[in-house]
Design a protein around this ligand. Structure first.
Ligand code: GLC
Ligand code: GLC
Length: 657
């Protein structure tokens, strides 16, 4: 019965189209619209059906989809079809990503084209270029305050440069990832400007209030994202004479998705960037898309419906494009951003694995894998055809968002344990070599997060300064092991630029008034290309890290078991310092890889007998895929050196595929 309502409406819309769009070949568009329209209509009605102008908006949305399809370049339409055929393409181990700030890595878009060979040398074939849309000249939250969604920041280049970049990347078999900041705009955006001038229809794009009544109700349950430099969630706008919701910085105005016009604009913008050649669109801060009094206004059901609707719309006009959900929320909530069902309620194909990231850092500080193991064990099963974005560092802080119950299972007190981790990584804990900074410290709740470059957090900066060869060795090994975990866990690994050569904290942000109050800038470096050249000097830390990663990346790409088919089995071992899991390709069971990491500073033993008795891993002659060597064995126990990891395969079995 509901289908009939949507069919009737679709017929009206298509009749309308056939009068106006005669020349275009819309065959594929019609097929995809037909296949997705029932879902689109149902979701749109669920969100906006109570409005008198519902049908008008429904028609407007469909028209935008048709226009986006018509505007989509031929080469991208071809890619859409290839990816529809090979729909598991992104689950393959061949993809390895890096995220980077354009100015710090290559100056501008032209510079990035020149640096593509460097990325290829490492094996990176997916590049997330951090926000480059027009944004305020001063503070802009690293470009996450967008003032024009359809133009490139002149400091980065032009739309033509993006076209050249995407073409050059496509020729090289590389994927381009761009951000669409869906949750908010800069206060300099045209919509905000019009709202400030008193335009009611643009005030409706945001959450605008004449007095504190509603804001005060919201504040009762809203947490603070940046408690130090942007306390509270509302900002008084002098010009408008009203309060506006600003969950992040005060110059970032939250968009109001209860207004269908906002949704339609954002879908249009997503498709605009898809048509400029983005293979993957990173949807920023998706947990925040729906606000409700009396809640934290994160992970609301409607936020999920909006994402499902965005996905369905994208399937119609640019089906080859993937979505990354940036939702740094509790483990049980993150998983929901893949959608509840891959057929009828899909959302984003890819999501940041913030849980794994934070757990890896826990293992670094505690030198054991207890919480890492427990946290991964509690992670709910994810959908097929959805994959993680695994990372160790990114442009943001490290939030210690583990589950309290998991922390307790490991016999730690949640508050004291988090306190220990912050102290460890900021170097306040006796004996810690880490050099991070606290971020997002909230004195009211006692919460704190951590900023800092990977190599500085992992102790390499300190080790080199005191020139302690053993400490240098451990830190280099640790950096490689952390990468070894994200490269083999299952999902797309995402390196952070600079980490491939062990870049340290960069404190120059303190001299810039627009950055000084946001410690995340400490780990958003300007690459020192002279240092990068040391990757050619044998024995330097740059060479050891770069070559180590390069080797691991190459091996990953050739290891079928590392494809993500939810084919990971966590293995309980009696040694708490070890993190152990098995990866098995569904159709090539003999090519399993046993991943073992030792987070301790002393050698540890993995008892193979223990594994084989439980029928987990039948071993013959073992080989470490990274080095090609056989690891040292003693009484059927594999010796894992300090801070080291192995990707172990059965030599005989490997010879058979
Ligand atoms: C996302 C970004 C973060 C930014 C925030 C607000 O979480 O990753 O850098 O501060 O959104 O846009
Ligand atoms: C919080 C938010 C996340 C944001 C980050 C920035 O973790 O959930 O979206 O990127 O803060 O610090």
């Amino acid at each position: 019965m509901y289908e009939q309502v949507s069919h009737a409406l679709l017929n009206d819309i298509l009749d309308e189209f056939s009068h106006r769009v005669v020349r275009e070949d819309l065959r594929h568009f019609y097929t995809r619209l037909g296949a997705n329209f029932y879902a689109i209509h149902s979701l749109f009605e669920h969100l906006y059906g109570h409005r008198e102008d519902f049908k008008e908006h429904m028609v407007a949305l469909t028209e935008r989809l048709a226009q986006a399809y018509i505007d989509r370049p031929h080469a991208l339409k071809q890619l859409d079809m290839e990816r529809e055929e090979d729909h598991n393409w992104f689950l393959s181990p061949e993809w390895v990503g890096m995220a980077l700030y354009l100015d710090g890595f290559a100056g501008n878009l032209e510079g990035l084209i020149d640096r593509l060979p460097y990325l290829q040398e490492l094996g990176v074939n997916m590049v997330h270029v951090m926000p480059i849309l027009r944004c305020p000249l001063g503070a802009s939250d690293g470009g996450y305050a967008v003032s024009d969604f359809r133009n490139i920041d002149p400091r980065a280049g032009t739309l033509e440069d993006i076209a050249a970049l995407s073409e050059s990347m496509r020729k090289r078999g590389m994927l381009l990832t761009l951000d669409v900041v869906v949750n908010h705009t800069s206060n300099e955006h045209e919509w905000a400007q019009k709202a400030r001038e008193g335009d009611k229809s643009h005030q409706d794009f945001y959450y605008v209030f004449p007095n504190r009544d509603v804001p005060d109700m919201f504040e009762e349950t809203l947490p603070e994202i940046f408690p130090e430099n942007a306390p509270g969630n509302f900002t008084w706008d002098e010009e408008m004479g009203k309060w506006v919701m600003t969950v992040f910085n005060e110059y970032q105005w939250d968009l109001n998705y209860s207004n269908p016009a906002v949704f339609i604009e954002m879908v249009d913008i997503i498709l605009f960037w898809a048509n400029q050649g983005a293979d993957i669109v990173r949807l920023d801060a998706v947990a925040f898309l729906w606000k409700k009094i009396g809640t934290t206004s994160q992970n609301e059901r409607e936020a999920h419906l909006i994402l499902q609707l965005m996905k369905d719309c994208c399937q119609v006009a640019a089906p080859g494009v993937l979505f990354i959900a940036e939702a740094i929320v509790a483990p049980s909530e993150i998983i929901k951003y893949f959608g509840e069902d891959a057929v009828i309620a899909k959302e984003c194909e890819v999501a940041y694995n913030a849980t794994f990231m934070a757990l890896l850092w826990d293992a670094v500080a505690t030198k054991n894998a207890k919480l890492l193991d427990q946290g991964i064990k509690s992670l709910p099963h994810k959908l097929d055809r959805a994959t993680w974005l695994n990372y160790i560092r990114c442009h943001d802080d490290i939030g210690l968002g583990f589950d309290d119950a998991d922390i307790r299972t490991c016999n730690y007190d949640p508050y004291a344990h988090r306190r220990f981790l912050v102290d460890w990584f900021t170097g306040a804990f006796e004996g810690s070599p880490a050099r991070g900074r606290p971020f997002g410290v909230n004195h009211k709740t006692g919460d704190a997060r951590i900023a800092g470059a990977l190599a500085s957090l992992a102790g390499l900066e300190t080790a080199l300064e005191i020139n302690d060869p053993e400490a240098i060795e451990h830190s280099v090994e640790l950096i490689l092991t952390l990468h070894g975990m994200m490269l083999s866990f299952g999902g797309i690994p995402l390196l952070w630029y600079g980490d491939e050569i062990g870049t340290f904290n960069d404190c120059s942000f303190l001299d810039d008034v627009n950055k000084a109050n946001d410690a995340r800038w400490i780990h958003r470096p300007r690459i020192n290309w002279d240092r990068a050249d040391r990757r050619f000097d044998h024995g330097t830390v740059e060479q050891r890290i770069f070559d180590g990663l390069k080797r691991m990346i190459a091996v990953r790409k050739n290891t079928p078991a590392f494809a993500d088919f939810n084919n990971r089995e966590l293995i309980d071992v009696s040694n708490p310092h070890l993190f152990v899991f098995l990866r098995t390709h569904p159709t090539m069971p003999t090519s399993s890889v046993l991943v073992v990491a030792n987070f301790d500073l002393t050698p540890q033993y993995l008892d193979l007998e223990e594994l084989s008795q439980r029928g987990l891993f039948r071993y013959g002659q073992l080989q470490d895929l990274v080095t090609g060597d056989s690891p040292a064995l003693f009484n059927n126990r594999v010796v894992v050196p300090p801070c080291h990891f192995y990707w172990l395969a059965n030599q005989r079995a490997r010879a058979t595929f």
